[in-house]
Design a protein. Structure first.
Length: 539
């Protein structure tokens, strides 16, 4: 090992060029690396949902459940099926083995369900899969800014127009709305007027269906309301009032003669309010391969150019920003890295009194972090909250090996007695090899199993574990190869002696060895107190 290290030290310029290339590779990888808030998790569960509002749970179990399960079981890879039937609908969970190709599975299930033999009038089932990409990266609260936009317009046409604009942003998969609805009318039948004109509710239904073939609606209760929604035709209130309602004898009267008509929202599924005012919550979902920070920036830029927002007709308040959270974590990593470099350099300068040694510590940290980032990108791991946490955890450990090597080289150079510098520096680095290797291997042994664990846990924390493991391996190589080579390039003996703590520590160690029982007793008491307080921690 000594000869290998001396050969590397003699080729310091080549090593320096290689380090510059690695730093450039790492910097490019850090810029191009896909950024996400959470690691990509291959959720191997598909959800199949179906709405049948006119059917009871027993009818759904008898007429719908069996055809769907028969169609699904003809596909490959399913481990288990769970089905829940309830009044008005059905929900199925389809479980697959871990690491199964879920895109293929989803396509197979959709094709099988399209071929399922279902009762007439039943809606086709919907297939969905929950992944980290289905969580919103941005959430906006949309409220009216002045009297020009009333609540009905806000929750119908305005929110639909704004959602459509946001969906056109590159990288946006969908814009989900909470509190949105469709503009329409509520027709309240007057039963006494119906009876006076010899008409029934059934006459009303048939007349409306004949007059407006594209109408969709349902009777909310027997006495009053009939929500009206028309697709493809802007129906005015006056046109609706004049619609003819015929009885079985062919006698017709205008709708206004038997009903009260008022503007209202239709298809209302959720209600949202912000500070007591009617609002619509817009959740922006990105595509799985899109960069969260890029998409978030483009959506914000698009929001700033929306005409209703610019002229103050509506207010869009940002309530959730995952991109900002991720950028804050990246800035935190950069800040911690700079502080780590600065404090490490100050400590080395204080104890070694050697500027070159101080600069060597400053070099080791960015080399290790950037090389780790480059390898993580080549492995397909995204830059997310957990990988950043792994880099922060490893940061404090990265400079330890380099400081230990530098300390031993300084000590050996003070004792060299005319020996060749290259031999002394190489021997000093090799002398510390077993201790540094054991320390690094011990830490890696803690984190490596996390990277190897399968299932959801492995998918969630493998990026964190690989960040720590790779950073420690690279820091070990940097300490053993790069630090001695750069130290040898133009080595100059320090003008002043390094600060040593031996005069302070030697009496303490000697006293401890003379009172071994006392030291052991104090250690046991501290351990017992720590165990006691650990048991008091809430679970």
């Amino acid at each position: 090992m000594n000869k290998i290290l001396q050969a590397v030290m003699q080729r310091g310029m080549i090593l320096l060029i290689c380090m510059l290339l690695i730093v450039a590779w790492g910097a490019y990888a850090a810029i191009e690396m896909q950024r996400d808030y959470l690691p990509g998790i291959n959720n191997t569960t598909l959800m199949v949902s179906l709405r049948a509002s006119s059917l009871q749970a027993d009818q759904i179990k008898r007429d719908i459940k069996s055809p769907l399960e028969d169609a699904i079981r003809r596909t490959d890879g399913i481990s288990n099926i769970e089905t829940t039937s309830y009044d008005g609908g059905l929900l199925m969970n389809l479980y697959y083995p871990m690491n199964y190709d879920m895109v293929k599975a989803e396509n197979q299930i959709k094709q099988a369900l399209n071929e399922a033999d279902l009762p007439d009038g039943t809606n086709r089932p919907a297939v969905s899969r929950l992944t980290n990409s289905t969580f919103p990266i941005l959430s906006y609260s949309l409220t009216s800014g002045n009297a020009k936009i009333d609540d009905i317009a806000l929750q119908s046409t305005v929110q639909a127009a704004i959602a459509k604009q946001l969906k056109s942003v590159p990288g946006v998969s969908d814009v989900q709305t909470v509190g949105g609805a469709k503009n329409g009318y509520v027709v309240s039948l007057r039963t006494q007027d119906l009876a006076r004109n010899n008409m029934t509710v059934d006459d009303f239904n048939k007349s409306i269906a004949a007059d407006i073939p594209s109408l969709q609606g349902s009777i909310a209760n027997e006495k009053a309301s009939f929500p009206v929604r028309v697709e493809g035709w802007d129906l005015s209130e006056e046109q609706l009032r004049s619609l003819p309602i015929k009885n079985k004898d062919g006698i017709s009267v205008p709708l206004s003669a038997v009903a009260d008509i008022s503007r209202s929202l239709n298809d209302v599924k959720t209600i949202s309010r912000t500070n007591g005012k009617a609002s619509v919550l817009l959740n922006v979902i990105k595509t799985p391969s899109a960069n969260i920070t890029t998409v978030a920036a483009q959506v914000k830029e698009r929001v700033s150019r929306i005409a209703e927002v610019k002229n103050g007709d509506v207010n869009m308040n940002l309530t959730l920003d995952r991109g900002r959270d991720l950028n804050a974590s990246l800035l935190g990593l950069l800040r911690e890295g700079i502080l780590g470099c600065v404090f490490s350099m100050l400590c080395v300068l204080l104890f070694f009194r050697h500027v070159r040694s101080t600069l060597l510590i400053a070099v080791s940290l960015p080399i290790s972090l950037l090389a780790t980032t480059a390898i993580l990108k080549s492995m397909g791991i995204t830059l997310n909250i957990l990988t950043i946490s792994g880099l922060i955890v490893a940061m404090g450990r990265i400079v330890d090996d380099a400081i230990v090597i530098l300390d031993n080289m300084h000590r050996r150079m003070q004792e060299r007695d005319g020996k060749p510098i290259i031999g002394v520096l190489a021997s000093a680095a090799v002398e510390m090899l077993p201790a540094i290797f054991a320390s690094t291997a011990t830490t890696i042994a803690v984190y490596a199993p996390i990277a190897m664990v399968g299932g959801i846990i492995g998918a969630s924390y493998s990026g964190f574990a690989w960040s720590v493991v790779i950073a420690l391996v690279i820091s070990f190589l940097v300490a053993m190869l790069v630090i001695p080579a750069l130290a040898f390039m133009g080595w100059k003996a320090p003008k002043s002696k390094a600060v040593t703590l031996e005069p302070v520590m030697k009496p303490l160690l000697t006293a401890s060895l003379k009172h071994k029982k006392t030291v052991a007793g104090i250690s046991f008491v501290v351990f017992a107190v720590a165990v006691f307080f650990a048991t008091q921690l809430p679970f």
